[in-house]
Every structure is written in C-alpha cells, then in structure tokens.
Design a protein around this ligand. Structure first.
Ligand code: FEO
Length: 391
C-alpha cells in the first residue's frame, strides 16, 4: 500500500473501496475512496481518517512514510463514519495525538460516537501551526452535516474539502487530470445531486467563504482531487447550488402492460419536438439516484404510473420519497398514466409532484385500458403546447 505525494511532504494515505455499489440508497457504480492525508511537518498531522473496515489500508500507507505513533494531530473535518470511523483505530496507533474538530458540533458528534478524547475544538478562522505550515478552519455547517468544516493550508494553497467537490469514484489516478474529465464531472454532479442538493444555500455560503482563499489544489474526501480544473468545479458548484436550468425534461415511469411506457416514450418525443432534450428513466431498471442527477438542472419533469391495487406503483412512490428529501427546485411538470378501472394513480402522482414543489403545467394525461393513435397525437400536442406556453 503506497502513499501518493500530492505536494512535497503531503501525501494521500486513504483507502479505495472498489466494491461499494450503494451509499445510503445512492447507486455507486464506480465504487469510492475514503481520502485521508498525511502532512509531514514539525507536527505530523493526519487530515481525516477512513471508513472503519479500511483502516489497515490507511495504516499501511502511513507506515510507508512514518511511524504512526509520531502523529501529533488528527483533523476531523466531518463526523460521518466514512471519514471519522478510523479515529478509534488510529488513536490506538498514535495515543498522544490530539483530535481537531469543529466547535461545537464536531466536538458533540465525536464525543457522542467515540467518547471523551483529547479534542481541540476550533471555530471559523482559528489556526493551528504545524511548524513550516499553518492550518486554518472554515466551518461549512450543513454541507452536509452540522459539524462539517474544511481545512485550508495557505502556504500550500491547499484546501482539504472533505465531502465538498468529491465523487464516489474509485481510481488509482488520484487527480481529475489523471482521469476522463467528463466521467469525473458526471460523478461530481451525481454526488452533489444525491448528497448535497438539499443544501444549496449552505453550498453557496461555503463557496463565498472559499472565494477569499487562494487555492491551487483541492484535496477531496472522496474520489479524485482537483488541480487542473479548479475554476470549473467551483463554477459547477455555483450552477448546481443555484439550480441553473438547461433545456431538459426528465420523464420517469413504471409500467405494467406497456401502456404507460408507450405514453412515456411519446411524452419524450413531444419534448424533443418542442426543443427540450428529454431523458427517459424506466424505474424497472434505472436507479432513482441517476434520475436525481438529471433533475438537478432540468426544467421539466413528467412522471407516469399505472394503477395497481388503487395506488401508484411502489417504485414511483419510492422515487417521490427520495425526491422530496433532496428537494430539487424550479421544476414544472405533470402526471400521466394508464389504468384499468379506478385510475387512482394519476391524481396520486400529481399530488406527489405538488408535494415535491413541482409547478403543475399540464393537466393529468391518462388513458383507460390502452392507447390509440388519436390519443397519442393529442398527448404529444398537449406537451408541445405546454412547453410553448412556458416560453
Ligand atoms: Fe463522506 Fe458526509 O461523509
């Protein structure tokens, strides 16, 4: 297990989770990494740890540089166990280290999880001298936990950003320019949409605070770090946190006997006809976290469900539960679907859209039994008219 030198004397000593495919309901098809960093200075400092089962990998990397017993500080930017889970293990390796955490929420969270330790609680602007280098701390509360903070080293122009700017992406190339940039940006967007979307105002506040810092490298808590495209990822965060829209529609559906599926395809065609790029998601095979990634910058959403046992399909209900929690903003849309007799699912979908703060821009589009050409023509025209009326 080798460390990766990020700057002279500063090393990535994290761990790679190639196998993770689900993070709290978010599909992670590229795995992830838990990034920890070792700063070799007069005071040897570890920035964050890793998820508990991965501690031996981190330890192996550290041992390639220094005897872990010599570590003086562990900076814990975030209490969530994918970053702090290694603290008890590391405290056995370096029992004299002090743990630096945010005041008061990091202190409360770490004490609650790991008991009384030798903590140093820091507030905005507090500094810690390591010898040749200094660390300063910037709280980023609710980005995405109350305790979250980032750590900045001015001498190195290096930001340890923890969850912010990260991705669930396992890769031996530790920087964005070692990887396919479009894949890194996609995974960064997916991470933002599924972890941080709810906290747009807090993200904007954090970006404002960070804009005062000179940053030549962002060392993230997950995935790859940034050194060649820092303005691009910061601009992306500005766009995502303000829900900047593109001409895009997201069409989501489940189906029983393919009628709602045919409607979904016609809805997508109609959006395309109206100059709005459609993305079609079939909940029988697509993951709700991929839907959220596309919803982040979409203008429209259309959701379809047939009626089953007087309800919408459970997949559609689960999607709405997830969407409501992440609270995308500025969407317009409508409900559609087919039914055999009662047809309760379509008004239920419309209510669920309203509950997710979607502006209803078109009446419910529904058909009993199965579709026919005149119905599909009218459906397409209704969608085209809706888009025209919104311009
Ligand atoms: Fe990567 Fe919020 O923990």
């Amino acid at each position: 297990m080798f460390p990766v030198e990020f700057k002279p004397g500063i090393y990535w000593v994290g761990s790679m989770d190639w196998s993770m495919r689900n993070f709290h309901g978010y599909s992670t098809e590229r795995g992830s990494s838990y990034n920890a960093y070792l700063i070799m200075d007069e005071k040897i400092t570890l920035i964050d740890t890793v998820k508990a089962p991965f501690c031996m990998e981190m330890l192996g990397r550290i041992r390639n540089i220094v005897d872990p017993a010599k570590i003086d500080y562990i900076v814990s930017n975030h209490v969530e166990p994918d970053h702090s889970g290694g603290i008890p293990f590391m405290m056995q390796q370096c029992p004299n280290a002090k743990i630096v955490t945010s005041d008061p929420n990091g202190l409360k969270g770490l004490t609650g999880r790991y008991g009384e330790r030798d903590y140093i609680a820091v507030k905005a602007g507090d500094t810690l001298s390591l010898g040749q280098r200094t660390l300063t701390f910037v709280p980023t509360p609710m980005l995405h936990w109350p305790d979250s903070m980032v750590t900045y080293c001015p001498e190195e122009e290096l930001l340890f950003s923890n969850d912010a700017f990260g991705q669930h992406l396992a890769s031996v190339g530790r920087f964005e320019d070692d990887n396919d940039l479009s894949e890194v940006m996609h995974q960064a967007k997916k991470y933002y949409a599924n972890i941080l979307m709810l906290f747009g105002p807090q993200a904007q506040k954090a970006i404002t605070a960070l804009s005062e810092l000179k940053i030549s490298m962002i060392a993230t808590g997950h995935g790859v770090s940034w050194r060649s495209h820092i303005p691009e990822i910061i601009q992306a965060y500005k766009d995502w946190s303000s829900f900047k829209k593109t001409d895009k529609a997201v069409v989501v559906f489940d189906t029983m006997w393919h009628t709602t599926e045919i409607m979904a395809k016609n809805v997508a065609d109609a959006f395309q006809k109206a100059g709005i790029s459609p993305r079609l998601f079939d909940l029988r095979c697509d993951h709700i976290s991929d839907v959220m990634t596309e919803l982040l910058d979409a203008k429209y959403i259309a959701v379809g469900s047939p009626t089953i046992n007087n309800q919408m399909m459970p997949t559609v209900a689960g999607f709405f539960c997830y969407m409501k929690g992440l609270a995308p903003k500025g969407l317009k849309g409508f409900a559609f679907g087919s039914y055999g007799w009662g047809g309760q699912s379509i008004p239920q979908v419309e209510e669920a859209l309203k509950d997710c703060k979607v502006e209803i821009a078109l009446d419910q589009q529904k058909i009993q039994n199965t579709v026919n050409p005149p119905f599909l023509k009218k459906l397409q025209q209704n969608v085209v008219n809706m888009v025209s009326s919104q311009k």
